[in-house]
Design a protein around this ligand. Structure first.
Ligand code: UDX
Length: 441
């Protein structure tokens, strides 16, 4: 199958590389010339485990190429995936300008049947708008009065991959969702995903769009639920890790996404929750449950800073070591990272921050000012009054805590991810605080 991917960000690039890997011919498009130059040179501009190797292998097999031109991609492909950014507007709605512009450009460059597939998370009913934009912008020669002479279909095929394990997630999905409104579109998409041998859910476009909204919002609901439970655990001397284990063994609940901590971040969850709330509002429904999910998530960070303040006495002029700034481990992505917000709150209280993250330092340098960026986890603890673990990178489990203890002015650790071995650290003489472990309040 000849496939074009418009937008070579996290989603587009992973999708393009993986579709090439399973046997298709893929052309990835991006309007950023520097990005295309890098990709052509074999460099992946983001950190995603396994992606660069796979990309180079696909290029070598001549199944993957890159271009800055939608026209070129259109001419060479019968299926076009839209993997473009849909940033939030101030009212929570998604900004769909990139999708509209790409749809128009596709229409202008269409010369044969095309299947246009939404891959980015978009508000329900975007499929209809893409369809209309294409119809309106098709060259005159393909129209006769109101009749469209050139066949095309729009479909929705939401992505569910997680950053940090995106390649694995793509290759081993729990399901593939196909929102289609013609037999032809269904047949093409089934063919594309056939090598994955996975369960396919076939439905109409609106249901497919809602599956994506609802899945992400449900996951954030699980996270906020366990964070609320963690608050109670702290107050009554219960341990949220055991509570999550006990709940998670019930197959109806499941253990995943029950990790209490400083809350969810990233480029998807906060935006998707806002957008689902907004979709409800636009259609006359107040999704109060999701508003509460969002409130709990915001509050969790502020509560963490309050906990630090309470235990340190004063934050002003304290030196605080921070391990981890990425929104989760195995990525360099810091978009909407809880850690960024926490560092900013501490700086607002006039703390000095020493920071180390295994992969996200370059990105952090662009957005955080006045922070001391350190080369390794030990340097970040030098002379510190406390250490915060904000992203659960495996590397942080393997450090020599004797060295850390010696480097710190006060041996106090706040574990925002319930990641470190509490008993071991306490035995070593650290004061250790975590989330919902029954000892923090
Ligand atoms: C998410 C969805 O999982 C994925 O299906 C969708 O396609 C894109 O959005 P991603 O944002 O890459 O993926 O990361 P994910 O692993 O889901 O984590 C999101 C955030 O939730 C992170 O900040 C993480 O730290 C937090 N989280 C996750 C928790 O706080 N607790 C948990 O139990 C799980």
């Amino acid at each position: 199958m000849n496939i074009a991917i418009i937008g070579s960000g996290y989603v587009g690039l992973v999708t393009g590389v993986c579709l090439a890997h399973i046997g298709h011919h893929v052309i990835c498009v991006d309007n950023n010339p520097q990005k295309i130059k890098k990709l052509k040179g074999g460099q992946v501009p983001i950190y995603e485990p396994g992606l660069q190797e796979l990309m180079r292998a696909c290029v070598k097999k001549k199944r993957l190429k890159f271009t800055g031109s939608i026209k070129e991609a259109c001419q060479q492909s019968s299926v076009i995936f839209l993997a473009l950014p849909t940033p939030p507007k101030s009212n929570g709605d998604a900004d769909l300008t990139y999708i509209e512009n790409a749809s128009r450009e596709i229409a202008l460059n269409m010369d044969s049947y095309k299947l246009i597939v939404e891959k980015s998370t978009v508000p329900a009913q975007t499929g209809k708008k893409i369809q209309r934009t294409i119809q309106l912008n098709l060259p005159r020669k393909f129209k006769k009065g109101n009749k469209i002479l050139l066949g095309f279909d729009v479909a929705s095929n939401p992505e569910f991959l997680k950053e940090g394990s995106a390649v694995h997630d793509f290759m081993n999905p729990d399901r593939v969702v196909l929102g289609v409104e013609s037999k032809k579109a269904e047949k093409i998409l089934r063919e594309i995903y056939k090598p994955l041998k996975t369960k396919m859910v076939v439905t109409n476009i609106a249901s497919s769009e809602i599956i994506k909204h609802a899945s992400n919002s449900f996951l954030t609901t699980k996270i906020s639920f366990i964070n609320a439970v963690a608050q109670i655990c702290d107050r009554v001397g219960a341990d949220v890790l055991k509570v999550a284990e006990g709940m998670g063994l019930d197959k109806r609940i499941g253990r995943q996404f029950l990790d209490a901590g400083i809350g969810y971040g990233g480029s998807c969850f906060p935006k998707d929750v806002d957008s689902f709330i907004h979709l409800g509002e636009k259609n006359g429904y107040d999704f109060a449950l999701l508003k509460e999910v969002r409130r709990i998530n915001d509050w969790q960070r502020r509560w963490f800073v309050r906990l630090i303040e309470e235990k340190l006495w004063n934050i002003k002029d304290k030196t605080i070591g921070v391990w981890g700034i990425a929104f989760k481990p195995n990525t360099d992505d810091i978009r909407n990272a809880a850690a960024i917000e926490i560092v900013r709150m501490l700086q607002a209280e006039r703390a000095r921050v020493r920071l180390y993250d295994p992969k996200a330092m370059d990105n952090a340098r662009h957005v955080l000012k006045g922070v001391t960026f350190c080369d390794d986890p030990y340097a970040a603890t030098q002379g510190c009054d406390c250490l915060l673990l904000l992203t659960e990178w495996q590397e942080f489990k393997d450090v020599d805590f004797i060295q850390v203890h010696e480097a710190m002015r006060q041996a106090v650790i706040f574990d925002g991810r319930n990641f470190l071995d509490a008993e071991h650290l306490r035995r070593m003489g650290f004061e250790y605080f975590a989330i919902g472990r029954g000892r923090s309040v």
